[in-house]
Design a protein around this ligand. Structure first.
Ligand code: SF4
Length: 360
């Protein structure tokens, strides 16, 4: 049975029922007895828009309750951007804690998310150390690997780069922990969305705070919003770019290829790196320094190598082409092979159209 200090680090484990099962929502959110937990839980959500998270309370029971207050607050809010930012902040803490835990605790947390894994044989461990230069921690079933690695950037998380041993993928301890943290994010976000029917009941406990956190979010986004897109014509964006931008607006985490494609496209049509940066401000794990670096890298400011915009064929392989969903006539043309061609044609159309209507 995990002890209370461990549960404070992982307050989503099922064993917390032992401690909080008898506390009603009314008591938790209204009683002065839990006032400190409520304050802390609310500040955890407000802090999702700050660079650094400060948590001064060290008493484990209060921390555990604070997580549940934060969760109820997010259910009342039903704001995907705030939920994602909070989940990402928790995700980073979970990863940090797990890296310092013993293997038994890592397995307990993995089991809480029903991640399928098993211990590797000695031969597999040694073979990997020799050929791939890392120690195999666990074998993860490929279905879970695909499910949780899809949002992670880097060669280590591409299925094609993994040795598949009868459906199992050998992973290092660090990668196993990354899969756990992504499992947390997916489960947490789903739970908040699934409880949208409880939002109206919970709102009465958070009236002031809902206004405050929305202001914080809007200020944060406004501080990065591009004032103008210059000569860029957003109406001419191909459906695949529109779809990525919509996901960004909803605060969704984008896969690596989508981010890469968006940067190459926006750069090529003439947006400056600062303007591209602003477009990424709603990404839940937005960090100005890191995003700036990635944009500079893709646009050739650091490496000298400017990456080109992927063709439609490549975008289809990445799963980023939405032609069949959007049923866009231009995309359906046999000769439509590149999103920049789409943009050029549509931009010309809009420019002619606006000129002819000016002349009328
Ligand atoms: S056909 Fe090309 S431009 Fe159109 S949605 Fe697909 S990838 Fe984008």
């Amino acid at each position: 049975m995990p002890d209370i200090s461990m549960l404070a680090r992982y307050p989503f484990l099922p064993e917390i029922r032992e401690y909080v099962g008898n506390i009603s929502i009314e008591e938790l959110l209204n009683s002065s007895q839990y006032g400190e937990a409520k304050t802390l839980g609310l500040s955890m959500v407000f802090n999702a828009f700050k660079e650094e998270d400060t948590m001064y309370v060290t008493e484990p029971f209060t921390k555990l309750l604070a997580y549940h207050v934060a969760k109820l607050f997010l259910i009342a809010l039903q704001d995907p951007i705030i939920t994602q930012r909070f989940a990402n902040r928790m995700r980073d803490k979970i990863e940090e804690h797990l890296l310092g835990e013993n293997d038994e605790i890592v397995e307990i947390v993995a089991n809480a998310f029903r991640i399928k894994f098993k211990k590797p044989s000695k031969e597999i461990s040694e073979m990997h150390l020799q050929h791939r230069n890392y120690l195999v921690f666990r074998l993860t079933h490929f279905t879970d690997f695909v499910r949780y690695a899809s949002r992670l950037s880097g060669e280590n998380f591409r299925l094609l780069n993994q040795p598949l041993l009868q459906g199992w993928i050998p992973v290092s301890r660090e990668i196993f922990i990354k899969l756990i943290r992504e499992a947390f994010v997916q489960k947490f976000v789903r739970e908040i969305e699934d409880r949208k029917n409880d939002a109206s009941l919970l709102k009465k406990y958070f009236e002031e705070e809902i206004k405050k956190v929305r202001e914080i979010k809007n200020e944060f986004i406004a501080s990065y919003s591009p004032a103008t897109l210059g000569s860029v014509e957003p109406r001419a964006f191909p459906p695949c770019i529109q779809s990525i931008l919509n996901q960004l607006k909803e605060g969704m985490n984008l896969p690596h290829q989508a981010r890469f494609y968006l940067v190459t496209f926006l750069h090529k049509i003439g947006l400056k790196n600062d303007e591209i940066l602003k477009i990424f401000s709603t990404v839940p794990d937005f960090r100005e320094d890191m995003t700036k670096y990635q944009i500079a890298h893709i646009t050739g400011k650091i490496s000298g190598k400017e990456y080109s915009v992927p063709k439609c064929e490549t975008l289809r392989a990445y799963g980023l082409c939405v032609r069949d969903i959007a049923k866009d006539k231009l995309c359906m043309k046999e000769w439509m092979s590149h999103p920049l061609l789409y943009y050029k044609l549509r931009k010309e159309y809009f420019s002619k159209h606006s000129k002819s209507s000016e002349g009328q």
